[in-house]
Structures are given as C-alpha cells and as structure tokens.
Design a protein around this ligand. Structure first.
Ligand code: TXD
Length: 309
C-alpha cells in the first residue's frame, strides 16, 4: 500500500517543523515547497540526513516546482508573511491574499484530490480564499486555529492547577483573532469542570491570556510569530485525517447554517477523519457565549468583505 504523500506549501518556520515532525513520525512522504530557491531543498536535505536516528524511511523532497506535489493526499499551507511586533493578524490580509490566490491555483492544478489544512493568517480569511479559488468541497478545506487556541488554554489551566496537560481539555471557538471565544464552561480537568477548580477571575485571566497568546510570543521573538505550537496543532489535525481517527477538534470549518452562520469559515468543534471535516458539532451556547460568538463571526464577516477574489 502506497505511503501517504503530504505536500507542505511554505518552507518557513512552521513549514520546517511540519516537515520534520511528519517525516520523523513517518506519517507519509513529504514534499516541501517554497518560492525561495534553496530553502525547501536545504531543509529537506537536513531533515532527511537526521532520519536514520529516528528510524524514518519517509522520503523528504524540497522543491520550487508545484508539479512535484502531484498525488499528494494531504496539503498543509503556511505560505505567507508572519506578524512582527505591533501588527495584528488582519494586517497581513492584503499581502497574504495575493499569495493564497497563487497557492490555491497551484494546489488545484497539481493536487486536485487532496484534503487541505490552511494555517496562513489571517486564518479565517485565508482558508475562505483557498476554498473559493480552488473550488474544493468544504469537507476537504479546513483551517488550523482552534486546536492551537484550545491547546494554549489547556496549557495555562494545567500550569495554574499544577496538573498534567494530558488531563485538561478545552474548547476555543470563533475567529482566530482577538475576538476568539474561549468557552470555560466546556473546559474540564479529567471530567471535572474547570469552574469547580478555579475561581472565575482566574479563568477570565486564562481566557485573556489565550486570546493574547499569539501576540505574547511575537513580542518576545520580535522577528516572527509562534511556530512550534502551530505546527504541532496542525500535526494533530493531519494525524486525525491520515489515520481516520475521527477526532473532535476545534477547527475553522465552512458553515452552511450551523450556529446560524452561512458562507463563512469559523472555528467550531468538528469531527476530523479520512473525509476531512466529517461533520460539524453544534454545542449549546448560553446568552453570553452566543453574544461573544456572534461578535467574533461579525469580525470574520467584515474581514471577508475586504476580499476581492
Ligand atoms: O494559528 C494559526 N493559524 C497561526 C498561523 C499561527 C502562527 C502563524 N500563523 C501564520 O502562518 C503566520 O502569520 C504566517 O502567515 C504563516 C506562516 O508562518 P511562518 O512563521 O511559517 O512564516 P515564515 O517563516 O515567514 O514562512 C512563510 C513562508 C516563507 O518561507 C515564504 O518564502 C513562503 O512562505 N512564501 C510562499 N510559499 C509559497 N508560495 C508563495 N507565493 C509564497 N510566498 C511566500
């Protein structure tokens, strides 16, 4: 049986970690694509030369030619500029929109049957752009944001309680920006609602830190944004798809009526398996949560309104 073939469009900070993790876990053969000459080729060669120690026989190819992604069953897109201190994710829209249009054409022509995970920011606008330009069905185009945001929330809860990160689950929905919606009511520690273990002020603090977590890393790094946790989050989604695990994860999905939203990508819980987004799960939102969610959806809608395809 042929090995999976995973194409990574963008060989920058996140793309490099994706290539390393996917190759060394032997999730499939990797084709690392970038427009910069030498960058994907150098990273691919470097990763391949470390493979004997990790016992990986996955092939790792670096290329500047879209033709080399042919036959990929999964494509992960990180192509685009990253934030610098003082920039919002939305500030990347104009430049990354042009990049995403060219990437969508390249993927449509060379890997028309692939399932696609989009990571590039502003995420909700970029995944929407990819779907519109490629014409791929909504189940095969999904955005990575909610997994990262939920994972950050989990980390902060685990640190506060001094418990294993393995026993903390959380859900952050909505747009991938300042208006994202952490849902503490659905956060648990080994089944125990977080509200039973932490005072509400502390939970509010953790929600705030989650919303600002991307900017916090940008301000420390100064030269770019977080890339290990985003890559790790995308790997969790990739594994759910490649192994048909039917994981329930917060992802940017194309909504057609769910949560009262139509024609937008928004972060919601979904079942992720071999068919990509198998289905969206609608969780009950209380009035306060619904208000925050609707505000986040409106922010995504205003961002999409700026897109000229
Ligand atoms: O949760 C999330 N979704 C976010 C996403 C988490 C963190 C970072 N987020 C965004 O991912 C970030 O704002 C960027 O828009 C992307 C990629 O972040 P990364 O840190 O990997 O950026 P780099 O290191 O600048 O890499 C981007 C690469 C770089 O090598 C460029 O040469 C390449 O993209 N690039 C292209 N590749 C293919 N095709 C085109 N046209 C192209 N233009 C640039």
């Amino acid at each position: 049986m042929a090995r999976n073939k995973i194409a990574l469009i963008g060989a920058g900070n996140i793309g490099g970690v994706l290539a390393q993790e996917i190759a060394y876990r032997e999730l499939g053969d990797v084709v690392l694509f970038d427009v910069v000459e030498g960058l994907p080729q150098g990273k691919a060669l470097d990763i391949a030369e470390g493979a004997p120690i990790r016992g990986s026989d996955a092939k790792v190819l670096g290329t500047n030619r879209y033709e080399d992604i042919a036959g990929s069953n999964l494509v992960i897109i990180t192509a685009g500029l990253a934030r610098k201190p003082g920039m919002s994710r939305d500030d990347l829209l104009a430049k990354n929109l042009e990049i995403m249009k060219s990437v969508a054409q390249g993927v449509k022509q060379n890997a028309p049957a692939a399932t696609v995970i989009v990571i590039s920011n502003p995420l909700d606008a970029m995944v929407y752009t990819f779907k519109q330009i490629s014409g791929f069905p909504k189940n095969r185009v999904v955005g990575m944001a909610g997994v990262l945001d939920s994972t950050r929330f989990r980390t902060f809860v685990a640190w506060e309680l001094g418990v294993s990160v393995e026993d903390v689950t959380a859900l952050v929905l909505g747009g991938h920006g300042d208006t994202m919606v952490p849902l503490p009511r659905y956060a648990q520690v080994a089944g125990i609602p977080v509200a039973k273990l932490l005072p509400s002020e502390k939970i509010a603090e953790i929600s705030k830190r989650t919303q600002n977590a991307g900017g916090e890393v940008v301000n420390l790094l100064k030269t770019g944004s977080a890339f290990v946790s985003p890559a790790t989050s995308a790997i969790e989604m990739a594994e759910a798809i490649l192994k048909d695990k039917r994981r329930v994860l917060a992802c940017a999905c194309y909504l057609e009526g769910e949560y009262g939203v139509s024609g937008l990508y928004v972060g919601v819980p979904c079942v992720l398996g071999a068919g990509g987004v198998e289905r969206v799960l609608e969780v009950q939102l209380d009035p306060d949560e619904r208000k925050l969610f609707d505000a986040s959806v409106e922010h995504v809608r205003s961002l999409i309104a700026q897109i000229k395809l």
